[in-house]
Design a protein around this ligand. Structure first.
Ligand code: PBG
Length: 342
């Protein structure tokens, strides 16, 4: 290279210049590898009893607990912007909670009424229900405890989850989504559903659900933050250790073998390697859950003026899709879909 002030004098002898394809907007669009679409989104929604005003969820700006009527309006707006699937979570009155989550077996429970109401109003909406006891238990765990009260027992929990999934299927849900991380629950639920004739009710398995700090704001939303109001809830005897990459594959393969129709990774943003691992290991559709804490983090940094809100939101969604997710459960679903389809 010459010692010169003339820019034209600097010439590297390069065979490949990747910047050629980044020069203009049209070239960049031609070589863009993936796009996020409204059809990729599943919107998580929180429903509460009664007819009260929608209640904001602290640390999740724009996210509310809706009464059933307002939830239907929200679903209509979602369909209007091209979001075709919702994942429902209940806010259960504390007086209805007990140690074994009996309310989850109430045939007239809030979630079941919600499923029916959505399917009546909007038959084309894909409705997904959570199968786990945490919104219904006083201790906030996803299953039932042993006699000593210090361990979530597996098989008795699975039995309760099966009853829960069956009620949801009877209510007309399209997809049941066990988020409990008990062993053998996918196979057990499939057997019960098939035995009762619900051969077309699909199962989306929360296969690789990690014991994550990012669920904090959600636990406030469903009111399950504290175990029996004393210690902070810890689910490490059933949710995956954030250190473990191979173990996620073990769980995912079991779910596939047991009959899951979709696999899921959760959280998404801090587990992109797991999304890629599962993508490379299964031919099933793969979902990823961008959880409450991921949403809160972007909002908080933007509020401080430390991140550009739109750009970090969009980049977070793109990263999840690029890692290999087909579907994204995200609290950004409505606003992003409206921007894509508006
Ligand atoms: C529990 C459940 C959790 C979430 C969905 N289902 C939290 C937990 O495991 O405690 C988290 C979702 C979110 O953080 O957005 N069955």
């Amino acid at each position: 290279m010459k010692n010169s002030d003339n820019l034209e004098d600097f010439k590297l002898d390069l065979v490949r210049r990747p910047r050629r394809l980044r020069r203009t907007a049209s070239l960049r669009a031609m070589v863009e590898e993936i796009q996020v679409r409204a059809e990729d989104f599943i919107a998580p929604l929180f429903v509460m009893e009664g007819t009260g005003e929608k209640e904001p969820v602290g640390s999740m700006p724009g996210i509310f607990r809706y009464n059933l009527k307002d939830l239907i309006s929200e679903c209509k707006e979602l369909i209007g912007v091209g979001v075709r699937a919702v994942a429902l979570f209940p806010y259960i009155d504390p007086s209805l909670k007990d140690a074994v989550g009996s309310e989850a077996k109430n045939p007239d429970g809030l979630i079941l009424r919600t499923v029916k109401a959505i399917k009546d109003a909007l038959p084309e909406m894909v409705v997904i229900t959570d199968v786990a006891l945490d919104p219904y238990t006083t201790h906030g765990h996803d299953g039932v405890l042993n006699a000593a009260g210090d361990y979530v027992v597996n098989d008795a929990s699975v039995e309760r989850l099966c009853s829960m999934a069956l009620l949801q299927a009877k209510a007309g849900v399209d997809i049941v989504a066990p988020s409990d991380m008990m062993d053998g629950r996918i196979g057990a639920i499939r057997t019960v559903l098939d035995g009762e004739g619900f051969i077309d009710t699909a199962i989306m398995a929360y296969s690789a659900k990690f014991n994550s700090a990012y669920y904090g704001p959600f636990r406030e939303a469903v009111g399950s933050s504290k175990a029996a109001g004393t210690t902070l809830l810890d689910k490490k005897t059933y949710q995956l250790n954030p250190s473990n990459r191979r173990e996620a594959l073990v769980d995912a393969r079991l779910d596939e073998d047991e009959g899951a129709d979709f696999l899921m990774v959760k959280p998404a943003g801090a587990y992109l390697d797991i999304i890629r691992d599962l993508r490379n290991d299964t031919a099933l559709p793969l979902a990823a859950y961008q959880v409450s804490g991921e949403y809160a983090q972007i909002h908080a940094a933007a509020k401080m003026g430390w991140l550009d809100y739109e750009k970090s939101r969009d980049e977070s969604l793109l990263a999840i899709k690029r890692a290999g997710a087909d579907l994204i459960l995200t609290y950004f679903a409505k606003e992003k879909a409206a921007l894509l389809n508006g």
